[in-house]
Write a protein that binds this ligand. Structure first.
Ligand code: NAD
Length: 499
């Protein structure tokens, strides 16, 4: 019998009351393992009320005490890492080692958050005018919310609540309803770490829950990560309701392969970055762009046997390179794109559509697919497929290669493989993409830098974590103060100046 999951509101697990549920699968078995309650407007409002009640005391807590909660939380996440990695793997379908990476990258943001007091310090000018000092301070916003996707159920919630809570906000997390168990466990750990009730709430839900968060006047800011159309909707709706918004969307990440690149290194990079996590990563490489015919021919020759020998298996089998797709619908969608690519005239060199795993026939599996001769007018080039499908687009020159990611509507990540420092430097400077790798296939910045794409990969212009994350979750107040010992200048009718 599938277990019924709960929300986490006001410091405890709370059963759902809507009577509406989302099936949570074990994608390896293709079976429902849990039922996630979908919150009503009233349940989301109860979470907001809890977070609002918790806010004044949490905001007034001194920053190092909030940081101490983060330190403790980090220890608890480390304690439960192995258990959570298996939990994550069984709901998402990514292999356990990769699930640990998902948790680890979130944990690094918590480590960053432990040092946030340093970034909350303001500025001070003594003697800005006669008897006048001027200073600024960063204050938390209030109740803020994060809406997260299925593909990083540990890292992305921690990107958001780690920074927001350390800055003194209280937080509502609306995780993906496909794999909400790890976010729920993280909320429990945050309480165990000493965060007061209401500081971190988790409500599981769909559009009804999201719309409540986007429109409720008590929510000050929305951080969203998910697909582009929903990101744009969230951005527009939350902004129209007067909220601060950052909304990260989908991607189509290219890897340029220059003729001087080490093709064995390139093949390793493409296999890992293209097929790891079954391609369900916003920073997955989905387009390889070799420059010159001989580079392309040699690359295809190296890739074919590597893709054919990918080991697809149960997500908890340590020998699997990657596991199943998250759901039957998503599997059908990805296979549909492969069908479409053939119709559009691309050359399918490796076909993983008919892969079946003995003993796991109901699992949502497919193996890797490799297309050659993909062209920019094809839908399989334009759309995010989000599966284990790599497209090779052949180009004749560096200029033609740089134009592809630059002109693509998405602009999340991009990589160049070359031994030529000039080419790499020029590429990094000119390409119109937010995160660039030079001989690095998945250039996800570390927690103390900042994560975010350009164009239709992000709306709102403020990135996740790092100093930008602190700016997103705080507002600046600037105080001009005068202690006019004996100074009296009378009423001033013109704008004050410090002449
Ligand atoms: P999704 O857009 O389907 O869901 C994301 C969140 O939005 C979930 O919490 C979901 O419940 C909610 N949602 C879905 N439909 C909604 C609607 N109609 N109205 C309101 N809310 C809605 O995305 P997903 O399938 O969970 O995740 C995969 C996508 O996320 C991919 O496009 C991937 O590229 C993207 N992603 C982007 C980044 C990034 O940083 N740019 C990182 C990870 C994933």
């Amino acid at each position: 019998m599938p277990v019924e999951l709960n929300h986490f509101i006001g410091g405890r697990l709370v059963p759902g009351t809507s009577g509406r549920f989302q099936d949570v699968y074990d994608p390896t078995l293709g079976e429902v393992q849990a039922k996630a309650p979908l919150a009503t407007k009233a349940e989301v409002e109860a979470a907001i009320a809890n977070a609002q009640a918790a806010f004044p005391a949490w905001a007034a807590q001194n920053p190092q005490k909030r940081a101490r909660v983060m330190f403790k939380f980090k220890e608890l996440v480390e304690r439960d890492m192995d258990m959570m990695a298996v939990m994550l793997s069984k709901e998402h379908g990514k292999v356990v080692a990769d699930a640990k990476g998902d948790i680890q990258r979130g944990l690094e943001v918590i480590e960053f958050a432990c040092g946030i007091p340093h970034l909350l310090k303001g500025e001070f000018t003594e003697g800005a005018g006669p008897g006048i000092d001027m200073y600024s301070m960063r204050q938390p916003l209030g109740v803020v919310a994060g809406i997260t996707p299925f593909n990083f159920p540990a890292m992305i919630p921690m990107w958001m609540f780690g920074v927001a809570i350390a800055c003194g906000n209280t937080f509502i997390c609306k995780p993906s309803e496909k794999d909400p168990s790890v976010p729920l466990h993280l909320a429990k750990l945050m309480m165990e770490a000493g965060a007061p009730e209401g500081v971190l709430n988790v409500v599981i839900g769909d559009k009804e829950a999201v719309d409540t968060l986007l429109t409720d006047p008590r929510i000050q800011a929305i951080s969203f990560v998910g697909s582009t159309n929903i990101a744009q909707y969230v951005y527009a709706t939350a902004a129209a309701n007067g909220k601060r918004v950052q909304a990260m969307g989908g991607a189509k990440n290219h890897m340029i392969v220059m003729p001087d690149a080490d093709l064995d290194q390139v093949a390793d990079a493409l296999i890992g970055a293209g097929y790891g996590s079954a391609g369900e990563r916003c920073m997955a490489i989905s387009v390889a762009v070799p420059v010159g015919k001989s580079t392309a021919d040699a690359l295809i020759e190296k890739l074919i046997p590597r893709v054919e020998s990918l080991k697809v298996g149960p997500s908890t089998d340590p020998s699997s390179d990657f596991g199943p797709m998250v759901s039957a619908e998503h599997l059908a969608k990805v296979k549909g794109y492969v069908d479409l690519g053939i119709k559009e005239g691309a050359a399918l060199k490796v076909d993983g559509r008919n892969f079946k795993l003995q003993g796991y026939e109901k699992g949502f599996f497919m193996s890797g697919c490799l297309f050659d001769n993909v062209t920019p007018d094809m839908k399989i080039y334009q759309d995010e497929i989000f599966g284990p499908v790599l497209s090779v687009v052949r180009t004749e020159s560096f200029e033609e290669a740089i134009r592809l990611p630059t002109e693509h509507p998405y602009g999340n990540g991009v990589a160049i493989y070359t031994r030529d420092g000039d080419a790499a430097r020029e590429f990094a400077s000119r390409v119109q993409v937010g995160m660039v790798g030079v001989n690095v296939p998945i250039p996800v910045p570390l927690a103390y830098h900042t994560f975010g794409g350009w164009k239709r990969s992000a709306f709102g212009g403020v990135n996740q974590h790092g100093p930008e994350g602190v700016r997103f979750f705080t507002q600046v107040k600037t105080i001009t103060s005068r202690w006019p010992t004996g100074i009296r200048s009378g009423a001033e009718f013109s704008i004050p100046t410090m002449r």
